[in-house]
Write a protein that binds this ligand. Structure first.
Ligand code: PMP
Ligand code: GLN
Length: 401
């Protein structure tokens, strides 16, 4: 028995500590560093999105929303899924509004996993998955993505199907998939998704997809797993408004799934938070209906900033892996004399005034990714330029000019 006087936290959550994102943002603030760590934009959402929130407050939307979410937002999510992905979800029985994608993932895993059920995830693994799988008493099975080879850094981190197959066993309950993928910026290809779908059908597995970066794809395109044969009835499709509209603090997310899965998700969700953010739910309903230009403009801004940061880092002497999507790119800081990305990230805010996040925080065995660091490019141009200028001080003499 653990001594609860020393640490009252339940054993299954020991070791989770404070998230790497909070830790690095705290270091950035302490040292007034350029924060290329935690993934949040430093610009406001588009004006019509902000205006919609003001109007929702003024219209008096201050009380509890219905548990599954305000009808206008559920209708807008349904329309969005059809407009962008050709997916049909009934707003009343197949759409649930949540407190960000984080709560959607938590409600889904807690609803669907028995103790000791196994959940297959991609590694690098977003930290919240590991924590909520532990909360459910389920068991995480990681499938390491293969990093791009040194000669083809734009190839993305690819799925090794043998490893995927090896992770599936008699206790596998579901696959929890994140594409576009944080932290690598990889978008799984249609072939990779088709192969995953085929396994889900063959082994009768459920799938849960975290698609929060669905609109921040710069190269290639994103297809929801639910659109593959046999997947509509077995997939919970999750996303949120935070990344798409540069409003990460709003925490309006959603889970779309067939009625029986939706009923299960709603059962847990109502006891996690019931329903929150009523005026913001109304605002997101309006935001989702904005014309394609609004979505395209946001993606274009992020694409340009990705290119700006990537070029700056390369000029500063480090290899940069291609990022096809998300807010992030990964670079190898070894040429700056830092073999340990985590140590680099703890050192850099104070020493050179830049914060970032080590990729090792997303993996069990840091070995192969030890010197890799994730940099966020969802920041204003001048902030990225200042960050790059500071990092350039680490470059070998000849790269500095
Ligand atoms: N999933 C992934 C992969 C993320 O990167 C993030 C946050 N950046 C989230 C979920 C959290 O989404 P939300 O803020 O809507 O809860
Ligand atoms: N998802 C964000 C990131 O990857 C962080 C969210 C959080 O702080 N929990 O940077």
């Amino acid at each position: 028995m653990p001594d609860t006087r020393d640490d009252p936290l339940v054993t299954r959550l020991r070791g989770f500590g404070t998230t790497i994102f909070s830790e690095m943002t705290a270091l950035a603030m302490e040292h007034d560093a350029v924060n290329l760590g935690q993934g949040f934009p430093d610009e406001d959402p588009p004006a019509p999105v902000v205006a919609a929130a003001h109007e929702a407050i003024d219209a008096g939307h201050h009380q509890y929303a219905p548990g599954p979410g305000v009808p206008a937002l559920r209708a807008a999510i349904s329309a969005h899924q059809r407009r962008f992905h050709g997916l049909g979800f009934d707003p009343d029985t197949e759409v649930t509004v949540t407190f960000g994608a984080t709560e959607a993932v938590a409600a889904t895993i807690l609803a669907l996993c028995e103790r000791d059920d196994e959940v297959v995830v991609l590694e690098p693994t977003y930290d919240a998955y590991t924590a909520v799988i532990a909360m459910a008493g389920a068991v995480e099975r990681r499938v390491p993505l293969t990093p791009p080879p040194p000669g083809d850094l734009d190839a993305g981190w690819r799925l090794d199907l043998d490893r995927f197959d090896a992770a599936i066993g008699p206790r596998t309950r579901l696959v929890l998939l994140n594409s576009p993928h944080n932290p690598t910026g990889t978008v799984l290809t249609a072939e990779e998704l088709a192969a995953i779908a085929e396994r889900c059908v063959a082994h009768d597995l459920l799938a849960v997809t975290d698609e929060v970066y669905e609109h921040l794809v710069f190269d290639g395109s994103h297809r929801p797993l639910a659109s593959f044969p046999g997947m509509a009835e077995r997939t919970v499709t999750i996303s949120s408004a935070g990344k798409t509209f540069s409003a990460t603090g709003w925490k309006i997310g959603w889970a779309c799934a067939a009625p029986a899965l939706t009923t299960a998700v709603r059962t847990t969700k109502q006891f996690l938070s019931f329903a929150g953010g009523t005026p913001l739910q109304h605002a997101v309903a309006r935001a989702l209906a904005l014309p394609d230009e609004v979505y395209d403009d946001l993606a274009n801004v992020h694409r340009r900033r990705r290119d700006l940061l990537a070029a700056g880092l390369r000029a500063a002497g480090v290899p940069v892996m291609g990022s096809a999507a998300t807010y992030f790119l990964v670079a190898d800081v070894a040429p700056w004399g830092h073999d340990d990305g985590e140590a680099f990230c703890r050192w850099a805010p104070g020493a050179i005034g830049v914060a970032a996040v080590p990729v090792s925080a997303f993996v069990g065995d840091a070995g192969p990714v030890r010197s890799l660091v994730r940099f966020a490019f969802c920041k204003r141009d001048e902030v990225l330029e200042e960050g790059v200028a500071r990092l350039r001080m680490l470059a070998p003499e000849d790269a500095r000019r």
